[in-house]
Design a binder for this molecule. Structure first.
Ligand SMILES: Cc1cc2nc3c(=O)[nH]c(=O)nc-3n(C[C@H](O)[C@H](O)[C@H](O)COP(=O)(O)O)c2cc1C
Length: 330
Protein backbone atom coordinates (compact mmCIF):
# COMPACT_ATOMS: atom_id res chain seq x y z
CA UNK A 1 0.00 0.00 0.00
CA UNK A 2 1.42 3.41 -0.96
CA UNK A 3 0.82 5.71 1.99
CA UNK A 4 3.43 8.29 0.96
CA UNK A 5 2.43 11.93 0.64
CA UNK A 6 4.07 15.32 0.24
CA UNK A 7 3.44 18.29 2.52
CA UNK A 8 5.01 21.66 1.55
CA UNK A 9 7.52 19.73 -0.55
CA UNK A 10 8.49 17.49 2.41
CA UNK A 11 8.26 13.79 1.66
CA UNK A 12 6.29 11.87 4.30
CA UNK A 13 6.04 8.09 4.58
CA UNK A 14 2.34 8.45 5.45
CA UNK A 15 -0.03 11.34 6.24
CA UNK A 16 0.35 11.18 10.06
CA UNK A 17 2.30 13.99 11.70
CA UNK A 18 2.50 14.82 15.40
CA UNK A 19 1.08 18.32 15.88
CA UNK A 20 2.87 20.96 17.94
CA UNK A 21 2.82 19.93 21.62
CA UNK A 22 5.35 19.29 24.42
CA UNK A 23 5.66 15.58 23.47
CA UNK A 24 7.66 16.54 20.38
CA UNK A 25 10.26 18.49 22.33
CA UNK A 26 11.55 15.36 24.05
CA UNK A 27 14.10 13.33 22.06
CA UNK A 28 13.04 9.94 23.48
CA UNK A 29 9.38 10.63 22.70
CA UNK A 30 10.29 11.69 19.15
CA UNK A 31 12.30 8.48 18.63
CA UNK A 32 9.24 6.56 19.87
CA UNK A 33 7.11 8.48 17.37
CA UNK A 34 9.40 7.58 14.48
CA UNK A 35 9.28 3.91 15.54
CA UNK A 36 5.48 3.97 15.77
CA UNK A 37 5.32 5.20 12.17
CA UNK A 38 4.64 8.91 12.70
CA UNK A 39 5.96 10.50 9.50
CA UNK A 40 6.91 13.97 10.74
CA UNK A 41 6.66 16.22 13.78
CA UNK A 42 6.00 19.84 14.68
CA UNK A 43 7.87 21.07 17.74
CA UNK A 44 5.89 22.92 20.43
CA UNK A 45 5.75 26.67 19.84
CA UNK A 46 8.43 29.06 20.90
CA UNK A 47 6.42 32.06 22.08
CA UNK A 48 7.10 35.71 21.26
CA UNK A 49 6.90 36.47 24.98
CA UNK A 50 9.68 33.96 25.76
CA UNK A 51 11.89 35.47 23.04
CA UNK A 52 11.17 39.05 24.13
CA UNK A 53 12.13 38.03 27.65
CA UNK A 54 15.42 36.66 26.30
CA UNK A 55 16.16 39.92 24.55
CA UNK A 56 15.22 41.99 27.56
CA UNK A 57 17.43 39.90 29.86
CA UNK A 58 20.30 40.02 27.37
CA UNK A 59 20.05 43.84 27.06
CA UNK A 60 20.02 44.16 30.84
CA UNK A 61 23.17 42.08 31.18
CA UNK A 62 24.99 43.92 28.42
CA UNK A 63 24.08 47.42 29.64
CA UNK A 64 24.99 46.52 33.19
CA UNK A 65 28.47 45.38 32.19
CA UNK A 66 29.04 48.28 29.76
CA UNK A 67 28.37 50.79 32.55
CA UNK A 68 30.79 49.14 34.93
CA UNK A 69 34.30 50.52 34.39
CA UNK A 70 36.37 49.25 37.33
CA UNK A 71 38.82 46.37 37.00
CA UNK A 72 36.43 44.12 38.93
CA UNK A 73 33.70 44.93 36.44
CA UNK A 74 34.58 41.87 34.45
CA UNK A 75 32.78 39.84 37.11
CA UNK A 76 29.55 41.57 36.15
CA UNK A 77 29.48 39.75 32.82
CA UNK A 78 27.00 36.95 32.79
CA UNK A 79 28.54 33.51 32.85
CA UNK A 80 28.30 32.00 29.37
CA UNK A 81 26.01 29.23 30.65
CA UNK A 82 23.47 31.87 31.67
CA UNK A 83 22.93 32.66 28.00
CA UNK A 84 22.29 28.99 27.36
CA UNK A 85 19.58 28.85 30.00
CA UNK A 86 17.46 31.15 27.91
CA UNK A 87 14.30 29.55 26.57
CA UNK A 88 15.12 30.39 22.95
CA UNK A 89 18.56 28.76 23.05
CA UNK A 90 17.09 25.69 24.77
CA UNK A 91 14.56 25.43 21.97
CA UNK A 92 17.23 25.59 19.28
CA UNK A 93 19.39 23.05 21.11
CA UNK A 94 16.52 20.62 21.43
CA UNK A 95 15.78 21.06 17.69
CA UNK A 96 19.44 20.39 16.76
CA UNK A 97 19.50 17.27 18.93
CA UNK A 98 16.25 15.89 17.49
CA UNK A 99 17.35 16.62 13.91
CA UNK A 100 20.62 14.77 14.41
CA UNK A 101 18.86 11.66 15.81
CA UNK A 102 15.79 11.08 13.64
CA UNK A 103 15.17 10.82 9.90
CA UNK A 104 11.62 12.19 9.74
CA UNK A 105 10.95 15.85 8.85
CA UNK A 106 11.04 18.22 11.83
CA UNK A 107 9.07 21.47 11.72
CA UNK A 108 9.75 24.35 14.12
CA UNK A 109 6.90 26.46 15.47
CA UNK A 110 6.78 30.14 16.32
CA UNK A 111 3.87 31.72 18.14
CA UNK A 112 3.53 35.49 18.17
CA UNK A 113 1.15 38.34 17.50
CA UNK A 114 3.19 41.51 16.89
CA UNK A 115 5.65 42.49 14.15
CA UNK A 116 8.58 42.53 16.65
CA UNK A 117 12.19 41.33 16.93
CA UNK A 118 11.05 37.76 17.73
CA UNK A 119 10.57 37.11 14.01
CA UNK A 120 14.39 36.80 13.76
CA UNK A 121 14.01 33.44 15.48
CA UNK A 122 12.62 32.09 12.22
CA UNK A 123 16.13 32.32 10.77
CA UNK A 124 17.71 30.75 13.88
CA UNK A 125 15.22 27.87 13.67
CA UNK A 126 16.17 27.36 10.02
CA UNK A 127 19.90 27.46 10.90
CA UNK A 128 19.30 24.90 13.67
CA UNK A 129 18.14 22.48 10.96
CA UNK A 130 14.33 22.67 10.83
CA UNK A 131 12.87 21.35 7.58
CA UNK A 132 10.06 23.90 7.73
CA UNK A 133 8.45 26.41 10.06
CA UNK A 134 4.90 26.68 11.35
CA UNK A 135 3.55 30.09 12.31
CA UNK A 136 0.83 30.23 14.94
CA UNK A 137 -0.59 33.73 15.36
CA UNK A 138 -2.64 33.18 18.48
CA UNK A 139 -4.14 36.65 18.59
CA UNK A 140 -7.22 37.31 20.73
CA UNK A 141 -8.68 40.69 19.67
CA UNK A 142 -10.38 41.99 22.83
CA UNK A 143 -10.41 45.67 21.81
CA UNK A 144 -13.94 46.53 20.62
CA UNK A 145 -12.61 49.34 18.41
CA UNK A 146 -10.35 47.03 16.40
CA UNK A 147 -11.93 45.98 13.11
CA UNK A 148 -11.72 42.59 11.47
CA UNK A 149 -9.75 44.00 8.55
CA UNK A 150 -7.10 45.43 10.94
CA UNK A 151 -6.70 42.00 12.52
CA UNK A 152 -6.44 40.33 9.13
CA UNK A 153 -3.81 42.84 7.99
CA UNK A 154 -1.73 42.08 11.07
CA UNK A 155 -1.80 38.33 10.30
CA UNK A 156 -0.63 38.85 6.72
CA UNK A 157 2.09 41.34 7.75
CA UNK A 158 3.52 38.90 10.30
CA UNK A 159 3.57 36.12 7.72
CA UNK A 160 5.46 38.37 5.26
CA UNK A 161 8.02 39.30 7.95
CA UNK A 162 8.61 35.64 8.76
CA UNK A 163 8.85 34.68 5.07
CA UNK A 164 11.53 37.35 4.59
CA UNK A 165 13.71 35.64 7.22
CA UNK A 166 13.82 32.12 5.78
CA UNK A 167 14.08 29.97 2.68
CA UNK A 168 12.49 26.85 4.24
CA UNK A 169 8.73 26.36 3.71
CA UNK A 170 6.42 28.24 6.08
CA UNK A 171 2.94 27.09 7.13
CA UNK A 172 0.30 29.23 8.82
CA UNK A 173 -1.74 27.53 11.52
CA UNK A 174 -5.05 29.22 10.80
CA UNK A 175 -7.74 30.39 13.15
CA UNK A 176 -11.28 29.22 12.29
CA UNK A 177 -12.68 32.58 13.48
CA UNK A 178 -12.21 34.77 10.39
CA UNK A 179 -15.40 36.13 8.80
CA UNK A 180 -14.22 34.76 5.47
CA UNK A 181 -12.01 31.73 6.01
CA UNK A 182 -11.67 31.05 2.26
CA UNK A 183 -10.55 34.61 1.54
CA UNK A 184 -7.99 34.57 4.39
CA UNK A 185 -6.64 31.25 3.13
CA UNK A 186 -6.20 32.82 -0.31
CA UNK A 187 -4.47 35.88 1.18
CA UNK A 188 -2.01 33.72 3.14
CA UNK A 189 -1.44 31.74 -0.04
CA UNK A 190 -0.70 34.92 -2.01
CA UNK A 191 1.57 36.22 0.76
CA UNK A 192 3.76 33.13 0.31
CA UNK A 193 2.45 30.55 2.81
CA UNK A 194 3.61 27.12 1.62
CA UNK A 195 1.11 25.34 3.85
CA UNK A 196 -2.01 25.95 5.91
CA UNK A 197 -2.83 24.03 9.05
CA UNK A 198 -6.60 23.80 9.46
CA UNK A 199 -7.12 24.68 12.30
CA UNK A 200 -5.61 26.16 15.40
CA UNK A 201 -7.36 25.16 18.64
CA UNK A 202 -7.74 28.17 20.93
CA UNK A 203 -7.62 27.71 24.68
CA UNK A 204 -10.80 29.02 26.23
CA UNK A 205 -10.89 29.87 29.93
CA UNK A 206 -13.28 28.16 32.31
CA UNK A 207 -14.52 29.65 35.61
CA UNK A 208 -13.53 28.18 38.96
CA UNK A 209 -16.60 29.12 41.01
CA UNK A 210 -15.15 28.05 44.38
CA UNK A 211 -12.19 30.41 44.06
CA UNK A 212 -13.99 32.96 41.88
CA UNK A 213 -11.28 33.00 39.25
CA UNK A 214 -10.82 32.16 35.61
CA UNK A 215 -8.88 28.97 35.06
CA UNK A 216 -6.96 27.95 31.94
CA UNK A 217 -6.82 24.17 32.13
CA UNK A 218 -5.99 22.77 28.68
CA UNK A 219 -8.44 20.20 27.35
CA UNK A 220 -8.06 17.45 24.77
CA UNK A 221 -10.05 17.53 21.57
CA UNK A 222 -13.10 15.37 20.94
CA UNK A 223 -13.99 13.43 17.78
CA UNK A 224 -16.73 15.80 16.57
CA UNK A 225 -14.15 18.63 16.20
CA UNK A 226 -12.86 16.85 13.09
CA UNK A 227 -15.90 18.12 11.15
CA UNK A 228 -14.51 21.67 11.07
CA UNK A 229 -11.23 20.90 9.26
CA UNK A 230 -13.10 18.34 7.11
CA UNK A 231 -15.54 20.99 5.91
CA UNK A 232 -12.94 23.66 5.13
CA UNK A 233 -10.35 21.33 3.66
CA UNK A 234 -13.01 20.15 1.21
CA UNK A 235 -13.91 23.74 0.34
CA UNK A 236 -10.31 24.98 -0.07
CA UNK A 237 -8.98 21.99 -2.03
CA UNK A 238 -7.96 23.20 -5.48
CA UNK A 239 -8.44 26.92 -4.67
CA UNK A 240 -5.00 27.52 -3.17
CA UNK A 241 -1.44 26.52 -4.06
CA UNK A 242 -0.42 25.92 -0.43
CA UNK A 243 -0.45 22.39 0.99
CA UNK A 244 -3.10 21.62 3.60
CA UNK A 245 -2.52 19.84 6.91
CA UNK A 246 -5.80 19.01 8.61
CA UNK A 247 -5.80 18.98 12.40
CA UNK A 248 -8.28 18.76 15.32
CA UNK A 249 -10.20 15.83 16.70
CA UNK A 250 -8.54 13.06 14.65
CA UNK A 251 -9.08 9.76 16.50
CA UNK A 252 -9.04 6.97 13.89
CA UNK A 253 -7.54 5.80 10.60
CA UNK A 254 -10.81 6.50 8.81
CA UNK A 255 -10.81 10.09 10.17
CA UNK A 256 -7.45 10.51 8.41
CA UNK A 257 -8.77 9.03 5.17
CA UNK A 258 -11.81 11.35 5.24
CA UNK A 259 -9.51 14.36 5.56
CA UNK A 260 -7.31 13.09 2.72
CA UNK A 261 -10.38 12.60 0.52
CA UNK A 262 -11.46 16.14 1.43
CA UNK A 263 -8.10 17.32 0.04
CA UNK A 264 -5.57 17.35 2.90
CA UNK A 265 -1.94 16.51 2.10
CA UNK A 266 -1.22 15.50 5.69
CA UNK A 267 -2.83 15.39 9.13
CA UNK A 268 -1.58 16.56 12.53
CA UNK A 269 -2.48 14.85 15.80
CA UNK A 270 -1.76 15.77 19.43
CA UNK A 271 -4.60 14.92 21.85
CA UNK A 272 -4.82 11.26 20.81
CA UNK A 273 -1.12 10.71 21.54
CA UNK A 274 -1.70 12.01 25.08
CA UNK A 275 -4.93 10.06 25.53
CA UNK A 276 -3.88 6.70 24.03
CA UNK A 277 -0.11 6.90 23.80
CA UNK A 278 2.29 7.41 20.92
CA UNK A 279 1.93 3.73 19.96
CA UNK A 280 -1.65 4.45 18.82
CA UNK A 281 -0.11 5.78 15.57
CA UNK A 282 0.56 2.17 14.52
CA UNK A 283 -3.15 1.41 15.03
CA UNK A 284 -4.11 4.40 12.85
CA UNK A 285 -1.87 3.13 10.05
CA UNK A 286 -3.36 -0.36 10.31
CA UNK A 287 -6.91 1.03 10.14
CA UNK A 288 -6.03 3.13 7.08
CA UNK A 289 -4.52 0.17 5.23
CA UNK A 290 -7.45 -2.10 6.12
CA UNK A 291 -10.04 0.36 4.81
CA UNK A 292 -8.05 1.06 1.65
CA UNK A 293 -7.66 -2.66 0.91
CA UNK A 294 -11.36 -3.34 1.48
CA UNK A 295 -12.27 -0.52 -0.90
CA UNK A 296 -9.57 -1.28 -3.47
CA UNK A 297 -7.53 1.87 -3.16
CA UNK A 298 -3.80 1.52 -3.69
CA UNK A 299 -2.40 4.93 -2.73
CA UNK A 300 -3.03 8.05 -0.69
CA UNK A 301 -2.28 10.19 -3.78
CA UNK A 302 -5.15 8.51 -5.62
CA UNK A 303 -7.57 9.42 -2.81
CA UNK A 304 -6.50 13.05 -2.30
CA UNK A 305 -9.34 15.50 -2.84
CA UNK A 306 -11.64 12.86 -4.36
CA UNK A 307 -14.52 14.07 -2.14
CA UNK A 308 -13.70 17.77 -2.15
CA UNK A 309 -16.18 20.53 -2.94
CA UNK A 310 -15.18 20.65 -6.60
CA UNK A 311 -15.43 16.87 -7.03
CA UNK A 312 -18.74 15.89 -5.48
CA UNK A 313 -21.88 16.50 -7.53
CA UNK A 314 -24.17 17.26 -4.54
CA UNK A 315 -22.61 20.43 -3.17
CA UNK A 316 -25.49 21.07 -0.78
CA UNK A 317 -23.66 19.19 2.00
CA UNK A 318 -21.21 22.12 2.12
CA UNK A 319 -23.76 24.87 1.84
CA UNK A 320 -26.68 26.56 3.49
CA UNK A 321 -29.33 24.42 1.77
CA UNK A 322 -28.21 21.37 3.69
CA UNK A 323 -28.22 23.25 7.00
CA UNK A 324 -31.87 24.14 6.49
CA UNK A 325 -32.79 20.56 5.44
CA UNK A 326 -31.07 19.06 8.49
CA UNK A 327 -32.73 21.42 10.98
CA UNK A 328 -36.16 20.73 9.46
CA UNK A 329 -35.60 16.96 9.68
CA UNK A 330 -35.07 16.92 13.48
C1 LIG B 1 -0.88 19.64 25.49
C2 LIG B 1 -0.96 20.39 24.20
C3 LIG B 1 -0.02 21.40 23.92
C4 LIG B 1 -0.09 22.11 22.72
N1 LIG B 1 0.88 23.05 22.43
C5 LIG B 1 0.83 23.71 21.24
C6 LIG B 1 1.84 24.64 20.88
O1 LIG B 1 2.81 24.88 21.60
N2 LIG B 1 1.72 25.29 19.69
C7 LIG B 1 0.69 25.05 18.82
O2 LIG B 1 0.66 25.64 17.74
N3 LIG B 1 -0.27 24.15 19.13
C8 LIG B 1 -0.22 23.49 20.30
N4 LIG B 1 -1.20 22.57 20.60
C9 LIG B 1 -2.29 22.34 19.63
C10 LIG B 1 -2.02 21.11 18.77
O3 LIG B 1 -0.85 21.29 17.98
C11 LIG B 1 -3.19 20.82 17.81
O4 LIG B 1 -3.31 21.87 16.87
C12 LIG B 1 -4.53 20.71 18.52
O5 LIG B 1 -4.40 20.06 19.77
C13 LIG B 1 -5.54 19.95 17.66
O6 LIG B 1 -5.13 18.62 17.41
P1 LIG B 1 -5.71 17.40 18.31
O7 LIG B 1 -7.18 17.44 18.18
O8 LIG B 1 -5.12 16.16 17.70
O9 LIG B 1 -5.26 17.63 19.69
C14 LIG B 1 -1.12 21.82 21.79
C15 LIG B 1 -2.05 20.81 22.07
C16 LIG B 1 -1.98 20.09 23.25
C17 LIG B 1 -2.98 19.00 23.51
Amino acid sequence: MQLQTTYMGLKLENPIMAGACPLTKNLDRVKEMEEAGIAGIVLPSLFEEEISYDQHAMDKFLNYSTNAVSAEAITFFPEPENFHNFEGEEYLESLRKIKSCVGIPVIGSLNGTTPGGWVKYAKLIQEAGADALELNIFYVPTDVSQSGSEVEKRYVEILKLIKAQVTIPVAVKMSPFFSSIANMAKRFDEAGANGLVLFNRFLEPDFDLDNLEASMRPSYSTRHEMRLPLHWTAILNGSIKASIAASRGIKSGTDILKLIMAGADATMISSLFYQEGIGSAAKLIKEMIQWMEEHEYTSIEQMKGSMSFRHIPDKSAFQRANYMKQLRSI
